[in-house]
Design a protein around this ligand. Sequence first.
Ligand code: 5GP
Ligand code: ZN
Length: 112
Amino acid sequence: MSDCLFCKIAAGTIPVQRLAENEHALAFPDINPQAPTHVLIIPKVHVASLAEIKDFDLVGQLHALAVKVAHDKGIAKGGFRTVLNTGADAGQTVFHLHLHLLGGRAMGWPPG
Ligand code: 5GP
Ligand code: ZN
C-alpha cells in the first residue's frame, strides 16, 4: 500500500536499523521505546491488523523473528512480552500489522 508508513519501511524507502529479517518479516527498533528493548516485527506484505489477516502462518513468522531477536538481544532468559494491538480500543495507531517485542525490565499485569 503506497501510503503506508510500515510498507515504506519494509521496502527500504524509509531507512531503519534492520535488526533481523526473513522472507516474510522485518524487525526494527521502535522509534519511541517503552522498554530497554522495544522492537517491532512487521510482515513485508501489507495487512492492516490481526482482524484483517487471511494467512495465519504470517503470525507464526512474526513470532519466529521475535524469538530470534529476543535471543540476539539477550532477553530470552529473563523474559519478554510480545503484543499485537488490534484496533483503536487496543491502542493500535499504525494500521500495518506489527508485533511489539518488549523486554529488559520487569512488567506489570494487566496492561492498561
Ligand atoms: P501501535 O500503537 O500501533 O501498536 O504501535 C505503533 C508503534 O509504532 C509505536 O510504538 C510507535 O512508537 C511506532 N512508530 C510509529 N512511527 C514509527 C516510525 O516512523 N519508525 C519506527 N521505528 N517506529 C514508529
Ligand atoms: Zn503497509
